[in-house]
Design a protein. Structure first.
Length: 109
């Protein structure tokens, strides 16, 4: 049997790290903090979990740096697309709020 050149990761340890991060995510939801803070914390925990899965279960930890960069590229593109579309989303919300405000005002004669 040929040697792969790297030590096999402890998959059970990674599983327990992922389980602990999931419990932390559930705890964050019930914390008495602002919605924005909860959202940021949940996103950070999700990215951490995704990185663990990619590094160990997809074996990117043991690949060359070039292959790792190829794997990270879609994440960068998706992040850029979100930031490009945010202004449009805010414009729709602002317009919707303006329409609702206009319909709830009493008619002026």
């Amino acid at each position: 049997m040929a040697s792969t050149g790297h030590k096999h990761p402890n998959y059970m340890a990674i599983f327990w790290y992922l389980a602990i991060l999931t419990v932390v995510e559930i705890a964050v939801i019930f914390m008495p903090i602002g919605k924005l803070t909860i959202g940021v914390l949940l996103c950070a925990l999700a990215v951490t979990k995704a990185a663990l899965v990619a590094m160990y279960f997809m074996h990117l930890r043991f690949e060359t740096r070039t292959l790792g960069m190829i794997a990270v590229t879609p994440l960068v593109i998706a992040t850029l697309l979100v930031f490009v579309l945010l202004p449009d989303g805010f414009a729709v919300v602002k317009k919707t709020v303006g329409v609702k405000a206009a319909t709830t005002e009493p008619a002026k004669h």
